[in-house]
Structure formats: structure tokens, C-alpha cells
Design a protein around this ligand. Structure first.
Ligand SMILES: *Cc1c(COP(=O)(O)O)cnc(C)c1O
Length: 394
């Protein structure tokens, strides 16, 4: 797809929308309708036959949702975008579209909890097996690819330990074998990282997070080649039915306009908190992609514009101490999710990763002392003051 605007900051506002087509409306209109009327029976016939462009029924397409899909396609630099009712609806529709019974999926060693749950279900029901790889080299990946490997599925930064995977390297080795690479880009948003530009094939988002940015919508997006997403649109999206509601698309169009400013602020705050946390005596380790001393830092420099808004840290103490820290906070909110205006904090071992068996969880580096923080948009001094008093109280 040819990009219409030279800068990301302009595309988030203007891409996918032409006010002239909408009676001059500055904001994109909300088409809150389930269905679309045909002028004649023959027109209905032509629409269903695909001989005439036009909307039929909102599960098959809706003008407000289309604006969002065109916008995200341009932002991720892909051919087509597709909207879903949740991040998991996007993940499941894409993985089901890419696999058949007895296939194999190679995953990054660290996955969103429900994605892990989906893979377990696919194994049980359809014998679709999966392996985890740290993907630190081409050989590490080659060693686990099988003839029946249907795709490589990657999250980077890996939640919540912030390990990074070199996407260009993964795409190169996958394409040697003709295997597509799917990337869950939720943690970075297209402002910080664009996997398609690095050679990957499909990008997924939980738009619930940075893209929405205001903690008021659950939604998902997928971007990639038109041929593949056309297939998803007409099969695992249309027939399983995890579609996005028009109002949610409207909220996301609104949220996207401020994505670059918000994400820069999230990053500014996370950088400050990272520095403060690592010099606090009660903190044992801090994980942040912009850590210059971290061995993954060169990957951050290569593929991410900045380090992102998430910081994880291990405290010195026990699980009880981790819970006590959360309970001592004054305005930082205890909640899963991320990318909201409010600073959110959670305890992965008992919350987002509680479904992962303990042994696997510890292998992933998710100890009982690990805490994940999503830096909000507040003044960093206030966020730190709240965290510091809670740490000091341990
Ligand atoms: C939240 C999240 C999801 C799932 O998205 P929902 O919108 O909650 O369905 C998937 N991947 C990552 C990395 C997430 O953070």
C-alpha cells in the first residue's frame, strides 16, 4: 500500500478518512447500525454476489469500522487491516486461519496468558502442537521448526520480563522455510515498532491497550497482506463472528489521533521510573527495554523507536511483600491491562500469568516477587512518590 502521509503523526489523524465523503463531518461519523438497506432486490443480489461494492450487514463490514481498518493498515504499513471484538478475537481468528489439525506453531517463550490458553486448547482439540523458543539465534529457531510448522508466533517485548526478539532475524529464517511470522505488537503500538517493515507477515494488536489508550474499550486489530486478511474476513472473522462494534471503532479512531503524544509521554515516565526503581534498596531487578546494560539493548535500538511504557521489577522479599506493596499504593491503580492514562500495577504470578503452570512460569522468569507497572500519563514525580512510599513501607 502506498502511504499517503509522510509522517506517522499526520497519518494517525488523517489516514483512512475523507470528510468530503461524509457531508464534511470533521469527526468520523458513527454508523450505529446492524444492517444496510438495498434499493432493490437486484441490488441485494449484486452485493451478495460481490458484483457491486457496498455494505450489507455489520458483521461483514461497517463504514466506521472501515475507517479504523484503513487507518491501522497505513500505520502498520500493511495492505489491509481488520478489526475484531477483542485482542483475543484477533489472535484466535488469525491462528485458526493459519492452521489445520496436526500442525505445529513455534512461539516465543513468553506469551499473553490467554494466547497460551488458546494454544493449549488447540492442542487438545486439534492436536496442533506448539513449542517455545527464546529465538536468540537463527539456529535456535531452525532447531524447532518442523515440516508441519504452520507459523511462528512472536511477542516482543515479552510480557512481563521485557526480553526482546529480533524480528528481522526471525522473519529471515522463517521465510527460508516459507513459514509466515505473526507478531503481537500490543506492547509497542505501531508508533514504536512496525513488524511488517521488518519482514514479518501479520501484526496483531489488543487495541484495548495503547491504541484505545483510555481504558474504555476491548478491541483487536490485525494487519497484513490483503490476500490473507481477505480470507480471514470471509472465514474466521465472519463465521466465528468476533467482530468489532461500530462504537468501539469510533472510540479507537478518536484514541489513535493522540497515540504518538501519549506513547511519548508513557515512555518519558517509564524511563524516569526505571532509573528511580533501579537505585531503590528494596528493588532487586528492573526490566525495561531501554536498559543500556541489558544484552537485548541492541535489538531495542534496531527495531523499537523507544523503550515503551511498561516497567517490571522484582522486589527483595516474598509474595506477601509484593502484595503488601500493591496494597500500600495511594493513587496507582491495581489492575491488569496497560496503556491507559492511569498508572496501573499488577502481580503477574497471581494475576495475568496465574493460568501458567508454576514451573513454566518460573522458567519464563515470572517469580512471586515480580511486579509489572504500566506507566500512565500523570506527572512522573507523583507516580514515583506513590511507588517510593509503598517500597519504603516494606
Ligand atoms: C491484552 C492483550 C491481549 C488480549 O487482548 P484483549 O483485548 O484483552 O482480548 C493479547 N496480547 C497482549 C500482549 C495483550 O496485552
Amino acid at each position: 500500500m502506498e502511504k499517503k502521509y509522510n509522517h506517522f503523526e499526520t497519518s494517525v489523524i488523517h489516514a483512512g478518512y475523507d470528510a468530503k465523503e461524509m457531508l464534511g463531518s470533521l469527526a468520523s461519523p458513527l454508523f450505529q447500525t446492524s444492517t444496510f438497506t438495498f434499493e432493490t432486490a437486484e441490488q441485494g443480489e449484486r452485493r451478495f454476489a460481490g458484483e457491486e461494492e457496498g455494505y450489507i450487514y455489520t458483521r461483514l463490514g461497517n463504514p466506521t469500522v472501515t475507517i479504523l481498518e484503513e487507518k491501522i493498515a497505513e500505520l502498520e504499513n500493511g495492505e489491509r487491516g481488520l478489526a475484531f471484538g477483542s485482542g483475543m478475537a484477533a489472535v484466535s481468528a488469525v491462528l485458526i486461519a493459519l492452521t489445520k489439525a496436526n500442525d505445529h506453531i513455534l512461539c516465543s517463550s513468553g506469551l499473553y496468558g490467554c494466547t497460551y490458553g488458546l494454544l493449549s486448547m488447540m492442542k487438545e482439540k486439534y492436536n496442533i502442537e506448539h513449542d517455545f523458543s527464546t529465538m536468540e539465534s537463527k539456529d535456535a529457531i531452525r532447531a524447532l521448526v518442523r515440516p508441519e510448522t504452520a507459523c511462528i508466533y512472536v511477542e516482543t517485548p515479552i510480557n512481563p520480563t521485557m526480553k526482546l526478539i529480533d524480528l528481522k532475524m526471525v522473519a529471515e529464517v522463517a521465510h527460508e522455510k516459507g513459514i509466515p511470522v505473526v507478531v503481537d505488537n500490543t506492547f509497542s503500538s505501531p508508533y514504536l515498532q512496525r513488524p511488517l517493515e521488518l519482514g514479518c507477515d501479520v501484526v496483531l494488536h489488543s487495541a484495548t491497550k495503547y491504541i484505545g489508550g483510555h481504558g474504555d474499550v476491548i478491541a483487536g486489530l490485525a494487519v497484513g497482506k490483503k490476500e490473507f486478511l481477505d480470507e480471514v474476513a470471509m472465514t474466521t472473522l465472519k463465521d466465528i463472528g468476533g467482530v468489532m462494534a461500530p462504537f468501539d471503532a469510533w472510540l479507537l479512531i478518536r484514541g489513535l489521533k493522540t497515540l504518538p503524544i501519549r506513547v511519548d509521554r508513557h515512555c518519558d515516565n517509564a524511563e524516569k521510573l526505571f532509573e528511580k526503581l533501579r537505585s531503590h534498596p528494596k528493588v532487586a531487578n528492573v526490566y525495561y527495554p531501554n536498559d543500556e546494560e541489558h544484552s537485548d539493548y541492541p535489538i531495542r535500538e534496531k527495531q523499537m523507536k523507544r523503550g515503551g511504557g511498561l516497567v517490571s521489577f522484582e522486589i527483595k522479599g516474598s509474595k506477601k511483600d509484593a502484595q503488601r506493596l500493591l496494597n500500600s499504593l495511594k493513587f496507582i491503580k491495581i489492575a491488569v491491562s496497560l496503556g491507559d492514562a492511569e498508572t496501573l500495577i499488577q502481580h503477574p504470578a497471581t494475576m495475568t500469568h496465574s493460568v501458567v503452570p508454576e514451573e513454566t512460569r518460573l522458567e519464563m522468569g515470572i517469580t512471586d516477587q515480580l511486579i509489572r507497572l504500566s506507566a500512565g500519563l500523570e506527572a512522573w514525580e507523583d507516580i514515583w512518590a506513590d511507588l517510593e512510599q509503598a517500597l519504603d513501607s516494606l
